[in-house]
Design a protein around this ligand. Structure first.
Ligand code: UD1
Length: 423
């Protein structure tokens, strides 16, 4: 099994270029199934999850030209589409559920075994199904009780749908299905994440009529056909946020290129509260943590535009070295504090109660053997290893491979003492 060996390092210095967004590219790749024509997707990050999505689309009958060394994927599905997604791929990645809408549009049926992914809570799909039912889809309830989504539809028809929670995945699946449904769909309490906007932009280029993406009400007028297009994926705001935190907590000075500050308002605000210096220039964002000791702050995760749950563990890494106590409240996932035990192995002394964590801050940290308990937590323990005395050994790093392109190379270029060892 591969591991990261991380040593206490000098402050991060230099420049880093952010890759295309994982959470934007996965739904966009699924949406490419909505047309028989070829779609070319650019700025695609070379990640394990992207690889799984390529294999999933191929197994469904699409021809996928994967040039990840050039960050480009072409998808064409002019032939017959298979409606059952293979379990061995679906169980590797929760985002496999994103093909649900496209399979229904192309074949009138979809069978998907309920997905795996990060072990951060139940992550059900009832909102995706509620939306699809409203569009006329029938779900086999007996199969659903066994953990299998078996959906059929004769004709998708637009409707008004209220999401009880602004689920990102449910919003994406419903937009894709509604794009080719008959009539108008209004999606209320929709997720507002930038990745939803990127998906809507992609679909609108294809010929869809979607308005309001990025707000809580999305209106989709169904069209009869979509065409093949080419599209650049937005930069990954979570990767960017991770490097921002890394620059600040190591007392560094880093220029972050290919970054959209509008997508990072909550993270910028919180880093400034902690005393980091952040400035946008023509070349990118400068983040400095060398202007004085870091102060503590409190964070509460929320759907966008609130503080992103995916930044909770990297930010907690910073709070372990801030001066004074901080409180972190997780409201999006019910089980997203597994990294606390790993920080505590390094001396952070964090206490949790339900969805609330108290970080005393400023405790002496020492390297330890730790586990990447999920994708973002893996990056978070690496950052902590950069400021802890001695060596930190991080295992289960396949989680990090799911979501950070060239993580080790990018960190090493900033002066981090990290290496990957394959045992
Ligand atoms: C997406 C992101 C993930 C991010 C998350 C929240 C991708 C590929 N993944 O995941 O990185 O952490 O958004 O920003 O884009 N929920 C329900 N019922 C449902 C659907 C969701 O209760 O039918 C709950 C989930 O259990 C979870 C919360 O809603 O507690 C957020 O889930 P959701 O927004 O759907 O996240 P994902 O789309 O899975």
């Amino acid at each position: 099994m591969a591991k990261f060996l991380v040593q206490k390092s000098a402050p991060l210095r230099g420049e880093v270029k952010i890759s295309g967004s994982k959470n934007a590219v996965l739904p966009i790749m699924a949406a490419a199934l909505l047309t028989e024509e070829k779609c070319v997707i650019k700025d695609v990050p070379a990640l394990r999850d992207v690889d799984v999505m390529c294999r999933l689309l191929e197994s469904l009958g699409a021809s996928v030209d994967k040039e990840l060394e050039n960050n480009r994927v072409s998808i064409e599905s002019s032939g017959e589409i298979v409606y059952e997604a293979p379990f061995d791929l679906v169980k590797m990645m929760r985002a496999s559920i994103l093909v649900l809408g496209a399979l229904l549009i192309r074949t009138g049926r979809a069978i998907i075994h309920l997905p795996g992914g990060c072990a951060i809570g139940k992550r059900p799909v009832e909102l995706h199904l509620k939306g699809l039912r409203a569009l006329g889809v029938k779900i086999d309830e007996e199969q659903l009780n066994r953990g299998i989504v078996d959906a059929t539809v004769d004709k998708l028809e637009g409707n008004t749908i209220y999401l009880d929670f602004p689920s990102v995945g449910a919003t994406e699946v419903i937009i894709m299905a509604a794009a080719l449904a008959e009539g108008t769909t209004v999606l209320e309490n929709a997720a507002q994440e930038p990745e939803i906007v990127d998906l809507a932009n992609f679909l609108n280029k294809m010929g869809a009529r979607i308005k309001g993406a990025g707000t809580d009400t999305i209106k989709i007028e169904g069209v009869s056909k979509l065409k093949g297009v080419s599209h650049h994926v937005i930069p990954d705001r979570i990767e960017a946020g991770t490097f921002m935190v890394g620059a600040a907590m190591t007392g560094g000075n880093v220029l972050i290129k290919n970054i959209l500050p509008n997508h990072l308002k909550a993270v910028i605000a919180k880093l400034r509260e902690c005393g980091a210096y952040i400035e946008m220039t023509d070349e990118g964002m400068i983040v400095r943590g060398d202007m004085g000791p870091l102060k503590s702050t409190d964070i509460k995760t929320l759907p966008y535009p609130g503080f992103p749950t995916d930044m909770q563990s990297p930010f907690m890494a910073l709070l372990t070295v801030a001066n004074g106590p901080s409180v972190v409240i997780e409201t999006v996932f019910e089980n997203r504090f597994m990294h606390v035990g790993e920080f505590n192995r390094m001396g952070a002394n964090i206490k949790t109660d339900g969805n609330c964590a108290i970080i005393p801050g400023g405790k002496p940290l020492t390297g330890a053997q730790v586990v990447a308990t999920d994708l973002r937590a893996g990056a978070a323990v690496v950052l902590t290893g950069l400021v802890a005395d001695g060596t930190t050994e991080v295992s289960q790093i396949y989680h990090v491979d799911r979501g950070y392109e060239n993580f080790v190379d990018k960190l090493r270029a900033l002066g981090a003492n990290i290496m990957r060892v394959d045992e």
